[in-house]
Write a protein of this length. Structure first.
Length: 383
């Protein structure tokens, strides 16, 4: 009996490690299967452990390298305060769950997904869900590519078109410079979880702006979006703390646009100066004999062209340099009209009008010219 018990005990000791080893091997295979499901599973039923936030050392935020290259400026709508831009977006991050052995993927050191395949892979895995918060319409994606290295490094590339709202300042119109912006941030992920950082690939601009604009310098800044904000989280309607402890990581692309004012000067402003010049000649070199008719046609032409030029801009709560110039022109016209009335009364009384002509030619006309150009210089330099 003791011999039988001893034999059973010995067999148990011999077989138990093999049983444990087989169980570990089976568990390892299951884990490996689950591990590859982040790359091969049905995109309509993504795994929760694949789409959750990647784990990092010491629970640091997931760093997402990002850069943007401006390809083309399709439109600048001054009335809507928007610009439509075509851009190339690059982002990169690391996810340990996407590591794989090349022998399991036909010796491929990099997995590349394009188009619909890329969209399917986006559903399988976590991604920062980069969004443009200052867009007024959902951006249109022209092309998308995702590549995943065997080390779990993800490279995301996208070409998109977006209509973006920005702040225009028309105070120095038509000599104004505008700074248009494009903001990018991870949707519903605070800076504590995801942080945007500059990528190795440099930002750039090869765009050609519309005819009325010239492109200036561009810059990229990384900052926080401060203040309370509604976040889509487990607690519906949760407002983030306003002390900045849960700010969003934000990338801002800024581009300076300079108005091509030469076109405006030759087609709009020069016409108004021409009308003022004719008014100056008509008033100053009138004959002393007989009644002299005041040129109402010139006044109507000034009104028409000044309003037509103003229609380029939206309704503004402040005055622009162009408004100041037009008002000066109206003052000049009104002054000329008052002097014309005085001159006509002098004609009726058969008094000499030489003094009045000198006032118009040597006083009012040059004063208007000097004052208008002085105000233009002051606006451009100091406002």
């Amino acid at each position: 009996m003791k011999t039988s018990i001893y034999l059973i005990f010995s067999l148990t000791l011999i077989l138990f490690p093999n049983i444990v080893l087989a169980a570990d091997s089976s568990s390892s295979k299951n884990n490996k299967k689950d591990f590859y499901e982040c790359l091969r599973s049905d995109p309509s039923e993504p795994k929760k452990y694949c789409t959750s936030l990647p784990e990092t050392r010491a629970k640091q935020p997931v760093k997402v390298q990002i850069s943007i290259h401006l390809l083309d400026i399709l439109d600048v709508d001054q009335s809507e305060h928007t610009w439509t831009v075509r851009s190339f977006l690059y982002a990169s991050w690391k996810d340990q769950r996407l590591k794989y052995k090349i022998r399991d993927f036909d010796r491929l050191s990099k997995l590349v997904y394009r188009g619909d395949l890329a969209n399917d892979q986006m559903l399988r895995m976590w991604h920062p869900n980069l969004t443009i918060p200052n867009q007024i319409e959902q951006r249109e994606t022209e092309n998308i590519e995702i590549s995943i290295s065997k080390f779990g490094i993800v490279h995301y590339k996208e070409v998109f078109v977006a209509k973006v709202r920005t702040n225009f300042n028309f105070r120095t119109f038509p000599f104004d410079k505008q700074t248009v912006t494009l903001e990018i941030e991870p949707f519903s992920e605070t800076q504590k979880k995801v942080r945007l950082v500059p990528a190795v690939k440099k930002n750039g601009n090869t765009s050609i702006p519309p005819d009325l604009w010239n492109a200036g310098e561009f810059s990229v800044s990384f900052s926080d979006r401060p203040g309370a904000r509604n976040q889509l989280s487990k607690e519906t309607g949760l407002w983030l703390s306003p002390d900045g402890s849960q700010n969003f990581s934000l990338m801002t692309f800024s581009l300076e646009l300079k108005r091509d004012y030469f076109n405006f000067l030759t087609t709009k402003l020069l016409v108004l100066y021409f009308f003022a010049f004719i008014l100056w000649l008509n008033a100053g070199f009138a004959s002393e004999e007989g009644s002299h008719k005041w040129p109402w046609e010139l006044f109507l032409g000034i009104i028409f062209f000044s309003l037509e030029a103003q229609s380029m801009l939206p309704a503004l709560p402040y005055i622009t340099l162009y408004n100041v110039f037009v008002n000066l022109l109206y003052v000049y016209v009104l002054t000329d009209f008052v002097l014309w009335l005085v001159t006509e009364r002098m004609r009726e009384r058969k008094k000499s009008i030489v003094l009045m002509q000198r006032i118009k030619i040597l006083g009012v006309g040059p004063s208007f010219l000097i004052l208008s150009w002085g105000i233009i210089y002051w606006f451009v330099e100091y406002v």
